[in-house]
Design a protein around this ligand. Sequence first.
Ligand code: UDP
Ligand code: MG
Length: 350
Amino acid sequence: MTYQVASQTPPAVASTAPAQDFSPAGDGPQLSIVIPVFNEEDNVDRLYARLLDTLPALGRSFEILFIDDGSSDGSYARLAGIAAADRRVKVVRFVRNFGQTAALVAGIDHAAGQVIVPMDADLQNDPGDIGLLLAKLDEGYDVVSGWRKDRKDELVTRLIPSWMANKLISVISGVRLHDYGCSLKAYRRAVIKDVRLYGEMHRFVPIYATWMGARVAEIAVNHQERRFGRSKYGISRTFKVVLDLVTVKFLSEYATKPIYLFGQAGFWSFAAAFLSFAWMVVLKYGYHTTFIETPLPVLSAMFFMLGVQFILMGLLAEIQMRTYHESQGKRIYMVRTTINIEGGSGGEHR
Ligand code: UDP
Ligand code: MG
């Protein structure tokens, strides 16, 4: 499988303004594990233990970042306990639940590692695979994406929709992966640091990365059934993913020139309006049909108005696009507290 670099395509959601970077420059650890946590009180201690089983053996300095995404159970207390005993463990706590993507972005913002590895907190990902991801990265890739080849999730609500969504994303984006949704991935810092993510878009990072010229690989990883706590997602996520895909496609092709897309639709509408009008005139004067006998007058009026609307929408989108590119970036989350993170965001604040 090759991942072609679409060099002419601009990075879609990559901001022109640098992302807010809380991490100390230069002397950070080699590896940052980023773990969004939302009501996973029975999982976090076990996960930490498993990470400690594998990470030291990799021979790289590391930090583990937990992002408590507004948990209402005892997750934060557990995390605080772990962080109190181990300075390599850092915690960011949100004021409320902002969602997995926001948690991931917060983790990336605070990560100091040269390589960033996100994973789930629910023990479904296997920390033992981190070494494999890093080995693949060392072969010269910038992003290595996990593929849950033998995925242990609900068949009808998760596996089948996910299979269809993955096919669709592959075809539309042109970046061929089997499993975009797998959280366990490894990124070189430079690839992930400036990417802005919204909605369910963390799964599209390999696509942005490819557009930016990164080399992307995929390797099979283990996947376990969830034993503690509950999944936060159901079938409705598939629809969100497909809508996000529309956004990604739109941004990649027209983010900097929305008027081209809307304008084109506008011109086709004007053409349809003109044809309806011309046909109407022909019918009236060539065949003596009255305007009442044909829907053409209504159609031509409708297409004309639609054309005007499309052009105006294109202009509005142009203004929006300029605001987006030229204004200062805003964060998509608010941090309540951070632990073991120096500079800027430590302590209690909101
Ligand atoms: N998660 C989160 N915020 C949310 C939903 C989920 O931080 O609003 C975390 C969750 O704790 C887990 C990961 O994202 O670590 C994946 O969630 P889940 O296991 O529910 O997803 P699934 O594996 O079922 O796709
Ligand atoms: Mg899970």
